[in-house]
Design a protein around this ligand. Structure first.
Ligand SMILES: Nc1nc2c(ncn2[C@@H]2O[C@H](COP(=O)(O)OP(=O)(O)OP(=O)(O)O)[C@@H](O)[C@H]2O)c(=O)[nH]1
Ligand SMILES: [Mg+2]
Length: 326
């Protein structure tokens, strides 16, 4: 056994051994990988864990009747998955209802939402997936909740200006931290930093009296560097700005393709991620064969390029039009 395995690691390992369902096993393994100390002595174990995780993921996917174990895992769709995280009654479901087509259950009592509910948020010509979740609370959290948060691309932390938003924010961050999830303002390389998740704060219920004053206090006293966007999910105030910030946080952009001699397909962009945004990345995104047999591309970009030839390593930008040749 490699040296220096910490007590939390050993606990997670115990949970893995005792786990009854693949979902529980997967959760335990992912946690083990997250908290495994990083040094040469753990390299082999790290590789082993990574292998076991991908195998288990494959198995749970394959099982046709596996719905029960994976019903709390919502498959990502569109340009990214953003989870709604916050205390009971803060307005998470109302935000989902305001930004997407999903029919979320909204009520003035706590713990209304019990299962993950996805909705697609239209933004320009793409869709982003929002995922409404049960509340983060000291009273009760379902066992899969933090896993669902960890899986997402980014987290919207919702606080309620009608309650004590500073206390709410601190408690949410504290509970996330206990589960080794740290929302950060900057884009993060999650391969290198498995705890980090891109985060943004929505201060909800700006329509109530005194909300602006409470918002000022929150801004002054909160200790993160996360951005705070004031909104009212009820009246719609601030929701457009919230969308812009959410999408910017995903670090994605759009690329259009065209076939030789044809018009570009402007109604169905491919979504690319900054940092993995070369012409070859695009080819692989479309189809593996295209990636493997890629020869060159022609590219259109505003007034700058009108069909010039480019090689595989050329970095694409938002709204580029690309014609791939194999
Ligand atoms: N005044 C006001 N009330 C709001 C706003 N957003 C939500 N509410 C109300 O707050 C209550 C809780 O809203 P939900 O959307 O169910 O809250 P939630 O965070 O999903 O709650 P849980 O599912 O229990 O975690 C409801 O009565 C909403 O009508 C808002 O912007 N302004
Ligand atoms: Mg809810």
């Amino acid at each position: 056994m490699p040296a220096n395995l910490t007590p939390p690691y050993l606990e997670a390992e115990k949970r893995y051994r005792e786990a009854k369902t693949p979902t529980e096993k997967l959760a335990a393994l992912e946690e083990m990988l997250t908290i495994l100390p990083k040094h040469k002595g753990t390299d082999k174990l790290r590789a082993d864990l990574t292998k076991r995780i991908s195998k288990l993921k494959l198995e749970t996917k394959k099982k046709a009747g596996g719905k029960k174990q994976t019903e709390y895992i919502v498959e990502k769709q569109g340009g990214g998955q953003i989870v709604l995280v916050g205390p009971p009654n803060s307005g998470k479901s109302t935000i989902l209802f305001g930004l997407t087509n999903a029919a979320a259950e909204i009520a003035d009592y706590p713990f209304t939402t019990r299962t993950p509910l996805p909705g697609m948020m239209p933004y320009r010509d793409i869709y982003i997936q929002l995922l409404d979740l049960p509340p983060v609370s000291r009273e009760f959290v379902p066992p899969w909740l933090f896993d669902a948060i960890r899986r997402a691309d980014s987290a919207l932390l919702v606080v309620d200006l009608y309650a004590d938003p500073l206390e709410q924010l601190n408690q949410t961050l504290e509970m996330l931290k206990e589960h080794r999830i740290i929302p950060t303002r900057q884009n993060v390389n999650r391969e290198l930093d498995r705890k980090a998740i891109r985060g943004l704060i929505a201060a909800n219920k700006m329509d109530i009296p005194q909300a602006a004053a409470v918002l000022d206090i929150l801004r002054e006293l909160q200790e993160t560097d996360l951005e705070i966007i004031p909104i009212s999910a009820m009246t719609g105030q601030g929701l457009e700005a919230l969308k812009d910030h959410l999408v910017a946080g995903l670090g994605i952009f759009r690329v259009y393709t065209k076939k030789p001699g044809k018009k570009p397909e402007l109604d169905s962009p491919y979504i690319m991620k900054k940092g993995a945004a070369t012409i070859l990345d695009l080819a692989y995104t479309i189809h593996r064969d295209l990636g493997e047999n890629f020869k060159y591309a022609r590219l259109w970009r505003g007034n700058e390029f009108q069909g010039q030839m480019f090689q595989r390593d050329f970095a694409l930008q938002d709204q580029d039009i690309v014609e791939l040749h194999t």
